[in-house]
Design a protein around this ligand. Structure first.
Ligand SMILES: Nc1ncnc2c1ncn2[C@@H]1O[C@H](COP(=O)(O)OP(=O)(O)O)[C@@H](O)[C@H]1O
Ligand SMILES: [Mg+2]
Length: 351
């Protein structure tokens, strides 16, 4: 758990970067700081590992006031990932990853072995370990940056726009990787971005900042999207916030019925009762049937209900076996319920 209590940061030149920030970040969850450039996100992040010290107020990590800890020790106990990865250009990838363990006094062999495992963990081939950073793509460098931050297995990971400099496709891959890693590792992550879509994808909680270092709202993504605190947050979330909310709501609660026996379209199954395609009973024409699982989003279900010739969404279990079909009306109905639930604040308050 990371706690900010009435934290203020005023730089010597008179700039107030962070204004009276009080905020709790749950252990084992991802808290995203989001807001436009210059609103104090980086300064807030860097106060956690004492790269910047607050002018007043208290910051606690795991219950301990950071100002009572040695700054260098604290920094080594907290992973830190920045844009452009910040790798050492003259060290191999493996030695970059092993940086903190070596500082902590691990034997070189053990540090290298751990680095090799991490390389795999972040989705990179072992042979990349012998290369130098400039011999990697931007996306690969970011993965090395994440591996390096994880090397000493710190409970807390600070990430400052780590995926800001890579193209959108690689960025999505890196976000997926981070979500996968986080499922395994359950670190307490503070992630800075100015991209609201990235915040919604990654955050268990999202803290929206406004210029002058003011925290405007901190909430679970569903709650934020359903109930922005004011016009500033609503504007920031953008016109498609209803769609974003649907992208966060799983299909699971939508009623299902057996696939239709009659009607123009027949759902063709294989021997294992896995959907193959829709078939026009008259002409024999085929149309794709993209099967969705309970964990897929209402947004993908709505898209599929529009694409599906019968207006029905095919549902399958984890093995891809047909469980039933859902109508567009039922999906719309569930979307309305999800919105009401998010408004009531009963959903997604992940801890
Ligand atoms: N070392 C510094 N000295 C003076 N002003 C600073 C310093 N670092 C940041 N600032 C100012 O503090 C404000 C917040 O900066 P920052 O935390 O980097 O914002 P963000 O990460 O949201 O873009 C900005 O106005 C910035 O110019
Ligand atoms: Mg910044």
């Amino acid at each position: 758990m990371i706690q900010f209590e009435a934290v203020h940061k005023r730089f010597p030149n008179g700039t107030t970067a962070v204004h009276d920030l009080t905020l709790d970040m749950p252990e084992g969850g991802v808290t995203v700081f989001v807001g436009s450039s210059g609103c104090g996100k980086t300064t807030s992040l860097r106060m956690i590992n004492r790269m910047v010290d607050p002018t007043s107020g208290t910051i606690r990590v795991g219950g301990r006031d950071v100002l009572e800890q040695d700054a260098a020790d604290l920094r080594r106990s907290i992973g830190y990932v920045i844009q452009q990865a910040g790798l050492f250009p003259h060290r191999t990838v493996l030695d970059n990853i092993a940086t903190v363990p070596l500082l902590l006094g691990w034997r070189r062999r053990k540090a290298r072995a751990a680095a090799g495992e991490l390389l795999e963990r972040v989705g990179l081939a072992p042979e990349l370990g012998r290369r130098y950073p400039h011999q990697l793509s931007g996306g690969q460098q970011q993965r090395v940056g994440v591996a390096r931050a994880l090397a000493a297995d710190p409970p807390v990971l600070l990430m400052d726009e780590p995926f800001g400099a890579v193209d959108p496709v690689v960025r999505t891959q890196l976000q997926d990787e981070l979500l996968r890693l986080q499922k395994e590792l359950s670190k307490t992550i503070v992630f800075v971005t100015h991209d609201i879509d990235e915040a919604v994808r990654l955050g268990d909680r999202i803290a929206v900042f406004r210029t002058g270092g003011h925290l405007v709202q901190c909430a679970a993504p569903q709650e934020l999207l359903a109930r922005p605190a004011d016009d500033f947050v609503a504007d920031f979330l953008g016109a498609e916030r209803g769609l974003k909310l649907l992208s966060l709501t799983p299909l699971a609660g939508v009623p299902q019925a057996p696939a239709p026996d009659g009607g123009p379209w027949e759902l063709v199954l294989d021997e294992a009762r896995r959907p193959v395609h829709w078939r026009d009973r008259d002409s024999g024409a085929e149309a794709p049937a993209r099967a969705l699982r309970d964990g897929d989003s209402l947004l993908s279900a709505l898209n599929e209900s529009v694409a599906s010739p019968a207006g029905l969404v095919v549902r399958v279990d984890a093995d891809g076996v047909l469980t039933g079909v859902s109508s567009r009306d039922d999906i719309h109905g569930r979307a309305g319920v999800a919105h009401a639930e998010a408004l009531a604040g009963t959903k997604g308050l992940a801890g």
